[in-house]
Each structure stands twice: as C-alpha cells, then as structure tokens.
Design a protein around this ligand. Structure first.
Ligand SMILES: *Cc1c(COP(=O)(O)O)cnc(C)c1O
Length: 355
C-alpha cells in the first residue's frame, strides 16, 4: 500500500522534485552554483514581497534553526520580546528566548483563538524591542492578524519577527505591506521539498541589527551569511540538493503565480472542509489558515486513535497533535502534491473511522 501524506511536513512532493533528488550533486563553490543561489534568493524575496534592501539567507537546518538564528542575531540580553504563544510553535519561540537568555513576555490566548488586540497595541509594543509570532500556529490551525500586528509594530518602532513556515504560499504574506522585518520559511511545508533547508529573509532594519549586535554562535552568526550572500554563496556547505530542488520549484511557482497558488490552497482547504461538514468533526481554530484543517471529533472519538487507524489501516497520514490536544485534535494538511482523489479517499476513510 502506498502511503499518502496529509501531514504538515514533509508533504507529498511533485514528481520532478523527486526525480531531481536522485541525481548526482554538483560541487558548489562555482559560478554556476552561485547563479542558482542568487536566482533562488531573488525569487523568494519577490514571492514574499520583501522590501528594497532586504536579503534572503539560506541556512542548513530545519525551520527551528532559522527561528533561533533570527532571535540570537536580532535580539540581545538587553532587549525584551513580546511573543504570541498560541500553541506549541509559539511555545518554541518562548523556549528559544529562555535558552538564549532573551527576556520575553508571552501573550497566551486559548488554543485555537487569537490574542486580544489590546495585548499588542502600539502603546504596549513600545515596551518591547520585538514582536514574535507564528503567522499560522500550526499546532492549532489558527491564523493570526499579521497585518494589524505589523502596523502596530511599525508605529511603535518595534521589530516584527514572523515565522511563516506553515503559511508561506498558503496564506497571503507580504513583508512590505505587513511591516515584517524577519520572515522565516522552511523547505518541507508548502514549498514541498525535503526538510533541511530554512530561509530567513531580513529587512534593511533587521540587517542593521545583525551588523550591530554580537552573537554567541559560530554556525548561526549571520554576518558572514550576509557577506557571502552577495556573491550567491554560504559560509558552510549548503543543502546543495535541496537548493537545486528549490530552484526547480521556484521556477514552477513563478509560472503559476503566487496568487494562484494561494487561491488554490484556499480552494483545496474549503473543498475539504465542506466534504467533512457531514462528519462528526468540527474545525478547531476560530480563524483557520489555508495550510491545514485542524479537526476535533464531536462523537467522543479519540483524535490520536483516528490518526493511528488512518495510518495503519489505510496508509493515509494525517498529523496527530501532542500535549493537551493529543486526544482532541488531528490535522489535515493542504500543502504539497495532493489531488481531489486523495481527499476523496481520506474523507471516505474518515467516515468509516469515525462511525
Ligand atoms: C514546521 C514548523 C516549524 C519548524 O519545525 P522544524 O521541525 O524545525 O522544521 C516552525 N514553525 C512552524 C509554525 C511550523 O509549522
């Protein structure tokens, strides 16, 4: 039985990307590899509508590495961060700050809801050097109001650091319009590539901070990445194979247009949500991202058992939750190479499992 991934990373990859993964890798300290990296950099900045003077850096790490790199390069022990902690990824920002000695305060809405806007007004933000948020809190499926947060940050002169790992290419993200100073992206979500490459896009303001701050990390000290990026290189061996797959994927996305990709992600999410409307499940978040549907059984079924049975009996992998939501929520992704037939198969299996 072939497995199908409705997970939130890795996701189903496209055939051409899989085929590229089987090829011999080139040596990378060459002009032709630099050209590939520069193309990827320019394209990813355009897709994010990164403001003039910004730079995209490629890190060989999963997304969390880029979250930590952003924090330790942009903030010091003398700064203070406000963190939207809407679930396990917001908690990760808190844990990173705690481990790296960055003072922080967390806004902690009920899981599946957004923080009250009174918690991040211009006035409140004046007390902090940065606001940190996961645009889409992947553990609950909730999409936050990035636009308002960014606009308040701008007015308060507060740095705005956004983990868009699970919303980039699924929900509209516009660094310039949303006032984002650091945007974090990773390869294994909607980019539908293997895990291991993360991307950090820094605004001019963020770059100035990096140049000014000193960092207690050799591998993740970003000044050398900024310097090498000018000629399409990285200080250490990059994820050569994933960068080649990224180039292929970005050329395809450029053909399609990012707007169409986001629209089709919304369509896929909405179609699936109407397909399960008759089943004993309800949407968990009150403002869902297009990237996934976090569902709660309403008939007393155990969400973790739903995950196990779908995987073992049907080869269909949804994403289970951990912690307090383990028995309450499972998540169905709308990223990667999934077809209507895949969703029909999932809905049929779900209707049997939830009976
Ligand atoms: C997947 C994800 C990450 C990255 O997790 P890694 O396991 O380090 O790749 C970070 N933030 C969000 C919101 C995510 O969905």
């Amino acid at each position: 039985m072939e497995n199908t991934l409705f997970t939130v990373g890795p996701v189903q990859m496209h055939e051409d990307i899989l085929a590229l993964g089987g090829e011999q890798l080139p040596y990378f300290r060459t002009a032709s590899f630099s050209a590939i990296t520069l193309f990827c950099e320019k394209t990813i900045r355009r897709l994010a509508n990164a403001p003039d003077g910004s730079r995209a850096l490629f890190l060989t790490s999963s997304g969390t590495g880029a979250m930590e790199a952003a924090i330790i390069n942009l903030l010091t022990t003398k700064d203070s961060a406000l963190i939207v902690n809407g679930g396990s990824f917001g908690q990760r920002f808190c844990d990173i700050c705690a481990d790296d000695g960055i003072p922080f305060h967390a806004l902690t809405p009920e899981p599946g809801t957004s923080p009250a806007p009174s918690g991040y007004t211009e006035d409140k933000l004046r007390d902090y050097s940065a606001l940190l948020v996961n645009a889409h809190e992947t553990s609950t499926g909730q999409l936050f109001d990035i636009e308002t947060m960014g606009s308040n940050c701008r007015k308060a002169g507060c740095l705005f650091i956004v983990d868009a790992i699970s919303s980039f290419l699924c929900d509209p993200i516009d660094m310039d319009a949303m006032g984002i100073d650091a945007l974090i992206v990773s390869s294994q979500k909607a980019l539908a590539l293997p895990p291991g490459l993360s991307i950090l896009i820094l605004s001019r303001r963020a770059i100035e901070r990096v140049m000014k701050n000193s960092v207690n990390s050799h591998y993740f000290g970003l000044r050398k990445y900024l310097k090498d990026a000018e000629r399409g290189q990285t200080p250490f061996t990059p994820a050569v194979g994933i960068l080649l797959q990224l180039e292929r994927r970005l050329r395809r996305i450029e053909e399609l247009g990012v707007r169409r990709l986001i629209d089709s992600s919304a369509e896929s999410a909405n179609r699936f949500r109407s397909m399960v409307a008759a089943l004993p499940v309800k949407m968990f978040p009150d403002k869902p991202s297009n990237a996934l549907s976090a569902l709660s059984p309403t008939n007393g079924a155990d969400a973790y058992d739903v995950f196990t049975t779908l995987a073992e009996k049907y080869g269909l992998y949804v994403t289970p939750n951990g912690g307090d939501l383990r028995r309450k929520v499972f998540r169905v992704g709308h990223m990667g190479n999934l077809t209507e037939d895949d969703y029909r198969a999932l809905v049929k299996a779900l209707s049997e499992v939830l009976r």
